[in-house]
Design a protein around this ligand. Structure first.
Ligand code: UTP
Length: 408
């Protein structure tokens, strides 16, 4: 892109200010900035002026979950079906590790966080240990695809190599990068993070399948005959990955997605809950859950929206492929964004100062025809690490790890 073309594009979106330091840059820096301007989707940024419209929901009604007693009664059969799929190489897993983990506030990617107390025990190591249980049970490896971003890819790969993949078979581990999106102030004006660089952040976890495809990994999925992909977040150190019983239950129920859910610990707990939206499976975020829905009861008198998602989904690959042509809804999220101030000095804000533009994996559920919410025991499978202390923190996860017999 030439400077003239860049100016034209920027003028169209009211972003001319990003060329403020252009003349100070060396030729390579100028070219890099022009390339970034060419590649950045600026059409989405104006949507920050009508955020509320983006969040419009349809009619919400309950969606029953498969509860623990039903799972217990069918455990043998579900597990046999799941193991059969694993042994036939039909299951793969995707670790979503492209996030910035800003709430945890560590300088390194979240997967490198050491949750050990008397020994080293990294988040990635906890996840691999959980995967190795299934490898042992099934007697075979399954492919792990790790999504990173421009901001943490190299360091994540180096870490895993240095740690010898914590005992996982490296031939079954594949890394790919997600896309980035511009970050702006509250008026939708793109911040600069360097004189020759627009501020960017990973574009949310909803683009994982497109990014996998763009990285050429869909070919590997096809070649290997992978029919089911278990997507999971980096920060739940207790979660079961490629859990045979969960896989078997989803297959036997004939659903194209399974979603692990936990019983909420309070009506206003901050988790997204499974529901139907206009008759299709969906997830309503806690901030969209009205008082009325929060207190609604089902026919047995139990809370009607009582199962929260834990970002552990099993997707059927052909169903995912159908989504590739569609658009994902956009979420505008308030975050702390490092930026250059008026004097060209880098500021790392302590409080949110603008917006990031993201798509979310939970929106995929609504685009699919059927979903099985599958209950898991909260204290056995849900120990998210979002913060350093308090709720969903390193502290609470350590206590849960110990409760489950993990030596720290
Ligand atoms: P979170 O919603 O906790 O976001 O991600 P985050 O960016 O990691 O953390 P905060 O909000 O800044 O503290 C849930 C999961 O989705 C992944 C994260 O790595 C985590 O596993 N994720 C999030 C991505 O892979 N890409 C993204 O762009 C965002």
């Amino acid at each position: 892109m030439t400077l003239a073309e860049a100016k034209q594009k920027l003028a169209q979106y009211g972003q001319e200010h990003v060329l403020k330091y252009y003349e100070e840059l060396d030729p390579a820096g100028q070219e890099a900035l022009l390339t970034q301007i060419a590649e950045t989707d600026m059409s989405i940024l104006a949507s920050c002026h009508h955020k509320e419209e983006l969040a419009q929901k349809g009619k919400i009604t309950p969606l029953a979950a498969m509860e623990l007693d039903e799972i217990a009664a069918n455990r043998e059969s579900f597990t046999a079906t799941g193991l059969e799929a694993l042994r036939a190489g039909k299951v793969g897993a995707v670790l979503l590790a492209g996030g910035m983990g800003t709430r945890l506030g560590s300088d390194h990617p979240k997967c490198m966080y050491n949750v050990g107390v008397t020994r080293e025990l990294y988040i990635f190591e906890c996840l691999v240990n959980n995967m190795l249980d299934v490898v042992k049970q099934s007697g075979c490896w399954f492919h792990l695809f790790v999504m990173t971003s421009d901001k943490n890819n190299d360091i994540t790969i180096r870490f895993m190599q240095e740690k010898n993949f914590f005992g996982y078979n490296p031939e079954y581990v594949h890394f790919f990068k997600q896309e980035m999106a511009a970050a702006t102030d509250y008026e939708g004006r793109i911040y600069l993070e360097e004189k020759g660089k627009l501020a960017t952040s990973p574009n949310g976890n909803g683009g994982w399948f497109i990014s996998m495809k763009n990285a050429g990994l869909l070919e590997l999925v096809k070649k290997e005959g992978i029919e089911w992909i278990n997507v999971f977040a980096v920060d739940n150190v207790l979660q079961r990955i490629a859990d045979p019983c969960f896989i078997g239950a989803t297959i036997q129920r004939g659903c194209v997605v399974g979603a692990k859910v936990v019983r909420k610990n309070a009506p206003d707990e901050k988790v997204g809950v499974m529901c139907l939206e206009d008759g299709r499976p969906s997830i309503v975020e806690y901030y969209d859950l009205t008082e009325e829905l929060m207190n609604a009861k089902d026919e047995k008198g139990n809370p009607a929206y009582n199962f929260g998602v834990i970002l552990n989904y099993l997707f059927q690959v052909p169903a995912l492929e159908k989504l590739l042509d569609g658009n994902m809804p956009l979420h505008i999220v308030e975050k702390k964004i490092p930026y250059l101030d008026e004097n060209g000095e880098l500021v790392k804000p302590q409080e949110p100062n603008g917006y990031k533009y993201e798509s979310l994996v939970l929106d995929m559920i609504h685009q699919l025809d059927s979903c099985l919410p599958y209950e898991v025991v909260r204290n056995h499978e849900f120990a998210p690490i979002k913060n350093k202390t308090g709720i969903d923190s390193v502290e609470s996860a350590r206590a849960l790890l110990q409760e489950n017999g993990v030596e720290l």
